[in-house]
Structures are given as structure tokens and as C-alpha cells.
Design a protein around this ligand. Structure first.
Ligand code: C2E
Ligand code: MG
Ligand code: MG
Ligand code: MG
Length: 276
């Protein structure tokens, strides 16, 4: 067979790129209506105390059940929603749904909700959160907001000011995906985070990479010195749990404890009752 000419190859990549751009544009267009069409779903993933095994809360993770494309991962639509601004409506929907659900659980567990950097730039964010708390009846101490460092990077002073106001409501703030992206120790020191979530890549590579294991231990030591509890993401195996136990990690989240799950018919996560 003759080799494809350079020109043909360029055409091939060009058409693939056009296709990707078209798909992205179509997803962005459909995303505008995803909330109204009730196409978003929430899953709840358990978080456990490592030393006792006790269930301590749930993280809420959004999914988009698209009319024709089926289930779309947040990794494939949250970045687009952040570009178009639709993340504001989506984020508010997620927070309201999660708060309404958690307010009905009879165990008083915490619910952790991811907050986009774009939401953090919304001037009336604090008022919106306050309204959702009042509407749902969820006590602020049962709500945790997870933010990544990229949320703080663009306008650090404004972001920290917003986080302080949120914290003043009694809501706790977790730093998400610590160790990836723009992590800097400076951010940890300029804001009193209530929790550090170490990114799953470190635990997942800890058995094969001495460097990853060393970073994991260093973050745990850092948390101890700063008196900030550390949660390890991506706990999948008993060996990984052993490591967390021996290193004194406070909390864990991952498939070993449980996958993200929809709520049961009674509105509570798997295995819990609802008073509601
Ligand atoms: P994240 O906040 O770091 O969430 C943890 C991700 O790790 C979730 O992916 C979860 O399903 C996955 N995970 C949990 N345990 C394990 C494990 O043991 N092994 C492996 N391999 N993965 C595990 P998911 O649900 O695909 O969410 C991806 C990201 O999308 C989240 O990362 C978060 O940044 C974002 N996201 C999800 N829901 C929302 C939301 O409502 N709002 C915003 N702004 N972002 C969201
Ligand atoms: Mg998170
Ligand atoms: Mg995370
Ligand atoms: Mg992550």
C-alpha cells in the first residue's frame, strides 16, 4: 500500500480536529439546557475515618445523562461549563440538591460539594449559599465545600476574602486534589483550610513509585504540623489502606470503601436511613 502523502495526513488530522471542535460546540449548546431538562444526576461517595473505619460523610459527584450521548463524565463537561458560564447554574443546582438531600439524613453526616473557581468569582455567592442553607434546613456545619488551588490562583485576595465569608457561615472548606496543578505551600498558609485532600495519583502510585510514597508521607506530616486533617483520595486496595493506617492518615475515600452511588428510594445514601 502506498503511504499517505503529507497533504493527506494534514487533511486527516484537520478533519479529526474539526470533528472534535464540532462535538465540543454541540455539547456546549446542549449543556445550556441540561439543568432545565433535568439531565443531571448526583452520586454520593462515602468518606471514612481511616483509623476507626467509621463513615464520616459523602462527596457529591455530578453526572450528565445526555439525551443521545448517554452518561457524560464531569471531566468532559465541567471545563466546558466553566468556559460558557453554565457552571453557575449547574453548581447552584448541585449544591441545592445535595443540601436538600443531606438535610433529610438521620445520621447527621457531612456532605462535601465541589465548588468551581468560576463560582468563587460570583459576587453574590455567599448570599446564594446562605439561601440554600435556609431553604434546605441543612446546618452549615454539615456542609463542606471542596476547592482546588486553581480556584485561588487567578485572584488570590478576592478568593481568600470569599472563602473567609463562607467559613464565617460555619461551612468547612477542603483543599481538593492537593499536590497537583498549582499547589503551593503559600496557599495553605494564607487560608485556614479545614481539610487537605491529597490527590489520588499519589496513593495510587505509592506501591510502584518511592517518590509518590514519599510525597504522600510528606503531605501527611505537613497536615500534622499544621493541624489540618488529611484525606487520601483513591483508596482502592487493602495494601493502600494499610499504608494510610500506619502513616496516621485521618480520612480516606475510594472504591475500597465505596463507589459513587445514587441515593436510595428513601433519599438516603446506600445503607443509611432518612428521617424525612
Ligand atoms: P474530585 O473532586 O477530585 O473527585 C474525585 C474523583 O475521583 C471522582 O471522579 C471519583 O469518582 C473518583 N474516584 C473516587 N474514588 C476513586 C478510586 O478509588 N479510584 C479512582 N480511580 N477514582 C476514584 P468523577 O466523579 O469522575 O469526578 C471528576 C472531577 O469532576 C471531580 O474530581 C471534580 O473535580 C469534578 N466534579 C465532579 N462533580 C462536580 C460538581 O458538582 N461541581 C464541580 N465544580 N466539579 C465537579
Ligand atoms: Mg472533590
Ligand atoms: Mg479530589
Ligand atoms: Mg481529583
Amino acid at each position: 500500500r502506498a503511504k499517505a502523502s503529507f497533504g493527506e495526513m494534514i487533511c486527516y488530522y484537520q478533519s479529526e480536529m474539526d470533528e472534535a471542535v464540532r462535538t465540543r460546540r454541540q455539547i456546549a449548546a446542549d449543556l445550556r439546557y441540561a439543568v432545565e431538562r433535568q439531565e443531571l444526576r448526583l452520586l454520593y461517595q462515602p468518606q471514612h475515618a481511616v483509623q476507626t473505619g467509621e463513615l464520616v460523610g459523602y462527596e457529591v459527584l455530578v453526572r450528565w445523562v445526555h439525551g443521545t450521548r448517554g452518561m457524560i463524565s464531569p471531566m468532559d463537561f465541567i471545563p466546558i461549563a466553566e468556559e460558557t458560564g453554565d457552571i453557575l447554574a449547574i453548581g447552584e443546582w448541585v449544591l441545592r440538591e445535595a443540601a436538600m438531600a443531606a438535610a433529610q439524613w438521620d445520621n447527621g453526616l457531612k456532605v462535601a460539594v465541589n465548588l468551581s473557581p468560576v463560582q468563587l468569582q460570583q459576587p453574590d455567592l455567599v448570599r446564594r449559599i446562605t439561601e440554600i442553607l435556609l431553604e434546605s434546613g441543612l446546618p452549615p456545619k454539615r456542609l463542606e465545600l471542596e476547592i482546588t488551588e486553581s480556584a485561588i490562583i487567578s485572584d488570590k485576595l478576592q478568593a481568600l476574602h470569599m472563602l473567609r465569608q463562607i467559613k464565617a457561615l460555619g461551612i468547612s472548606i477542603a483543599m481538593d486534589d492537593f499536590g497537583t496543578g498549582y499547589s503551593s505551600l503559600d496557599t495553605l498558609h494564607s487560608f485556614p483550610f479545614d481539610k487537605i485532600k491529597i490527590d489520588k495519583s499519589f496513593l495510587m502510585q505509592s506501591s510502584t513509585s518511592p517518590q509518590a510514597a514519599a510525597i504522600l508521607r510528606a503531605v501527611l506530616a505537613l497536615g500534622r504540623s499544621l493541624k489540618i486533617p488529611v484525606l487520601a483520595e483513591g483508596v482502592e486496595t487493602p495494601e493502600q489502606l494499610e499504608l494510610l493506617l500506619s502513616e496516621g492518615c485521618a480520612e480516606g475515600q475510594g472504591y475500597l470503601y465505596g463507589r459513587p452511588q445514587p441515593l436510595e428510594a428513601d433519599g438516603a445514601p446506600l445503607g443509611l436511613g432518612a428521617t424525612g
